[in-house]
Design a protein around this ligand. Structure first.
Ligand code: HXC
Length: 514
């Protein structure tokens, strides 16, 4: 017995060394942590329970039978983050480049199955050369098995992905199927085809970074929701992100009371909106001042910045924030912002997170690029997401709410539960000047002084429609509130909506315009 125990201890120690000291040093020299180090940083101290430490690959081709390393390139198990259970797997780049084999696929699938069965979030730490080439189709089959599980787990448990090194080829699709993707700047990359293939096919000269680095994916493609300067920061922020989320779709998000008075008034908000309706202001200032302890975790902060999304707490409970940003493209809705917000709204709806929407939107972005790029199809995604969503929805119109965008942005007509407007809100089909130009086109053509007539008619239209009263008279706006009282009004609304029950008609699933 003692001999066996000793043997296991020796095997454990070997497994912990992964690909060996030399490769660990090489990993450090690249500025990267090893898989085990990542898990140590990520999880509460001493909470990791490793599974399948002794798994070996079964490949006998290309001399692989002589290259056995216990664990086979992925470290997997469960542990705790802030004393809440999580499952985790981390690809170990020091073992065959963290590549996916048939055996380590089974380890990852075991984790995904256990996480889904037990209703616990799963975190994948990616650092891999992709399919293990020596294993051929067995490795491709492995990816397929993982994708299938990612899809079945979607909307059941939160799935989070960190990209801490290479993630190339079809392997990008597992992170892409998960809820949030975090990348490390200048040390991680994701692409379907690498620079060499790109050069051959399109004759474009690209680097790993220019093709699939964190900057590209967090600002242009939208593949990554976050980009952080190094692995340590990323893992710390992953812990923070998880603190906002429930463990599964049957749970409510955790409540963290941090002593910020719910009735706190923010008088500076009464002066946030500039007198000139064409001047921007920073919507983040409003979010910051309204949420608990000014603690807002922005998601997708570098991508489609004309809309802001992210998590915060109000009255201790998690809320998802969706807000137009007048500082960027005047806050209008375009293709990227619609898709960005739609996915976020659906995530919140999956996981019982109430949605607070701050509206200052002049409309959809005009232009040929937008039309030919499919703004109709993509704008419909956001409309669809808000319309199907059943979590509590509180909307505050801070200034403009024009045209179709008025409907889309969690309006009363899309089952907004509480729709507030600030006194200066303008809710209309379009801006007053544009409206006057259309309605009075004939009169303006005939007039000797068209400019002054247009001014008069613009004011007439603005006085009549560019205010919140018309909408309030119809009950489309539940109340006109002072900006300074927004926090308290929203919290009271959330308390009232706490036990909201609403179900959509039975269906297999809807057909969101993808
Ligand atoms: C087997 C691999 C491997 C792979 C790397 N290694 N990629 N082994 N299959 N795909 C091994 C290397 O042989 C090496 O082993 C160790 O991992 C570290 O790799 P290095 O090349 O020394 O590291 P580095 O210089 O940092 O380069 C990393 C890399 C490069 C950029 C990832 O290794 C690379 O380009 N690999 C190939 C990537 C690739 O084409 N993957 C297939 C993608 S297609 P030793 O023993 O020397 O340490 C794909 C399809 C999936 O994944 C489809 C799913 C649907």
């Amino acid at each position: 017995m003692q001999e066996i125990v000793k043997k296991f201890e020796r095997l454990r120690a070997e497994a912990r060394l992964g690909g060996g000291l030399e490769r660990i040093e090489a990993q450090h020299a690249r500025g990267k942590l090893t898989a085990r180090e990542c898990i140590e940083v990520l999880l509460d101290e001493g909470s990791f329970e490793e599974l399948d430490m002794f798994v070996q690959h079964r490949c006998n081709d290309f001399g692989m039978e002589k290259k056995q390393i216990a664990g086979d390139g992925v470290v997997a198990g469960y542990g705790e983050i802030n004393r809440r259970k999580v499952f985790v797997y981390a690809q170990d780049f020091t073992v065959h480049g963290g590549t996916l084999s048939e055996s380590n696929t089974q380890k990852i699938c075991k984790i995904l199955d256990l996480a889904t069965r037990t209703g616990v979030p799963v975190i994948g730490l990616n650092d891999s050369g992709g399919a293990r080439i020596q294993e051929g189709v067995a490795s491709l089959a492995g990816y397929g098995e993982i994708f299938q599980r990612n899809v079945l787990a979607s909307g059941v448990i939160p799935q989070l992905s960190a990209i801490l090194g290479p993630c190339a080829g079809g392997s990008v699709y597992s992170p892409a199927l998960t809820d949030f993707v975090m990348m490390v700047e200048e040390n991680s990359y994701m692409f379907v085809t690498g620079p060499d293939v790109v050069r051959t096919v399109t004759h474009e000269e690209e680097t790993f970074e220019s093709l699939g680095g964190a900057r590209v994916h967090s600002t242009q493609s939208g593949v990554a929701h976050f980009a952080f300067p190094n692995g340590m920061v990323l893992l710390t922020q992953l812990r923070r992100l998880l603190s906002f989320l429930p463990s599964n779709n049957r749970e409510q998000p955790p409540v963290v009371l941090a002593g910020d008075p719910p009735e706190r008034q923010e008088h500076s908000l009464d002066y946030l909106i500039p007198d000139d309706p064409l001047r921007p202001y920073d919507m983040k200032e409003l979010i910051d001042k309204v949420v608990d302890n000014h603690d807002f975790m922005e998601v997708h902060g570098g991508f489609a910045r004309n809309i802001i999304i992210g998590f915060a707490r109000m009255d201790g409970g998690t809320v998802g924030i969706v807000a137009n940003q007048p500082m960027v493209l005047a806050g209008c809705l375009d293709i990227d912002s619609s898709v960005k917000a739609a996915r976020f709204v659906r995530f919140c709806d999956c996981f019982n997170i109430p949605i607070i929407t701050f509206v200052d939107v002049p409309g959809f972005m005009p232009g040929r690029n937008q039309e030919s790029g499919g703004i109709i199809r993509h704008g419909a995604k956001l409309l669809y997401a808000f319309a199907e969503c059943t979590v509590p929805k509180v909307t505050v119109i801070t200034r403009k709410s024009y045209g179709g965008a008025y409907d889309v942005m969690s309006s009363k007509h899309l089952r907004g539960d509480l729709n507030f407007a600030w006194p200066n809100a303008e809710i209309a089909v379009m801006g007053a000047k544009g409206a006057a130009e259309i309605i009075f086109r004939g009169d303006l053509k005939k007039s000797d002084n068209a400019e002054s007539l247009l001014k008069i008619k613009t004011k007439e239209y603005a006085d009549r429609f560019a205010n919140p009263f018309r909408a309030a008279q119809r009950g489309f706006i539940d109340d006109i509130i002072m900006p300074s009282s927004s926090r308290w009004k929203i919290i009271r609304g959330l308390r009232m909506l706490k036990d909201k029950q609403i179900t959509n008609p039975w269906k297999k699933h809807g057909n969101i315009p993808l």
